[in-house]
Design a protein around this ligand. Structure first.
Ligand code: FA5
Length: 342
């Protein structure tokens, strides 16, 4: 009996090693070690053997099973490696290549660039300022006193002090760029400053803790609120490629006097009334006003000689209207299904 097992083992080993592919190999394995395989059936039949023969035959059969399993695994690895290498071999140089996806600009960047082009064509320069600001530029120089409640509207993220004498924060608006620019330039001047802002506030469909603003500033001789209205109406009409009417409502900002809340006629329904404008035909877009004399004084300008207007608009808010996006969080969610539409 032991001799027969050895013969069977040798035959099975030879056939396993001769297998040309994985399918053939599996077939041979089944033939000997499958549920109805020769060796399996032999192992099952051991119980019928007389006790004296059973022990040695069982030992020989189990050793054969172990050896064949090892040979099977080794041969399998060899064939798998071979087929992977083979897969790389045929190379059709005439076959069309895999198309490379081209990236594209984010909708916020598209609106920012369009806005920059429109303002540039009206004689505005583009100025930049740091996202990490000092308390002085973000608040004090803008006439916002330390204990003024207006600071609560612009709660932000403060940085751990590292030997600086000035406290640092993530800027809450782009208005500090007004100060930085005026400190180093003489009027007359016209600038816009697009950039990232941060606020410590809960997010909802129209608020993010990280968003973009576009600041505008024009200082000159006899610059008035009428100049502001004309500039902003021209900007919005060109941005939305539709006629837009602008409405100014009185409000309060510490760095402008008088200050306005700027509403535009709804570009979705042409001011007829819809769900986006809440039915009244007007959309609140930005804060603005005439530069406060204290701000002009703080940068060394004489308020008797110079006047100016300033405004700050949320770029996401413009993009939401332009592309009819109903939730600001979509811009920063990284969902490709959303982003690929632009
Ligand atoms: C300001 O930030 C003033 N610095 C604007 C200004 C500039 C007034 C110059 C006068 C002169 P306000 O907090 O209202 O104001 O923000 C201006 C615009 O930024 C808002 O109308 C809105 O479009 C956008 N904005 C403000 N907070 C958020 C936010 N959390 N998420 C998205 N957009 C925001």
């Amino acid at each position: 009996m032991a001799l027969n097992v050895k013969t069977l083992e040798n035959r099975a080993k030879k056939t396993l090693l001769e297998a040309q592919d994985l399918e053939q190999l599996e077939g041979v394995f089944k033939q000997y070690l499958g549920s109805k395989g020769e060796l399996t059936l032999f192992l099952r039949s051991l119980a019928k053997l007389p006790k004296a023969k059973r022990k040695s035959a069982g030992k020989a059969a189990n050793e054969a099973k172990a050896t064949l399993s090892i040979v099977f695994e080794e041969q399998k690895k060899k064939l798998q490696k071979g087929s992977a290498q083979k897969g790389q071999e045929p190379f059709d140089v005439t076959a069309p290549g895999t198309r490379i996806e081209r990236g594209h600009l984010h909708p916020i960047t598209l609106v920012q660039r369009r806005a920059e082009n429109i303002f540039r064509s009206m004689g505005f320069e583009i100025a930049q300022g740091p996202e990490i600001e000092t308390e002085w530029y973000n608040f004090d120089a803008l006439n916002i006193a330390k204990d003024h409640p207006a600071r609560d509207m612009w709660d932000t993220f403060w940085l751990k002090p590292q030997n600086q004498r000035e406290r640092l924060l993530l800027r809450t608006h782009t208005s500090p760029v007004q100060i930085r620019y005026m400190e180093s330039h003489e009027p007359p001047l016209r600038i816009i400053s697009p950039g990232r802002c941060f606020r410590y506030e809960a997010t909802d469909a129209s608020h993010e803790f990280n968003f973009y603003q576009l600041e505008g500033l024009m200082v000159g001789k006899d610059v008035t609120a009428s100049n502001f209205k004309a500039v902003i109406q021209e900007f919005l009409t060109r941005l939305f490629a539709k006629p837009v009417t602008v409405r100014l409502r009185p409000t309060y900002f510490p760095f402008t006097e008088p200050s306005f809340e700027v509403d535009a006629s709804c570009v979705i329904c042409q001011a007829k009334g819809c769900s986006v404008c809440g039915g009244d035909g007007w959309l609140e877009l930005m804060g603005a006003g005439m530069v406060h004399p204290n701000v002009l004084k703080a940068v060394g300008y004489n308020p008797k000689d110079w006047t100016g207007f300033a405004f700050g608009v949320g770029i996401e808010r413009l993009a939401m209207l332009k592309y009819r996006v109903n939730d600001i969080r979509l811009f920063f969610g990284g969902d490709l299904k959303f982003l690929q539409q632009f």
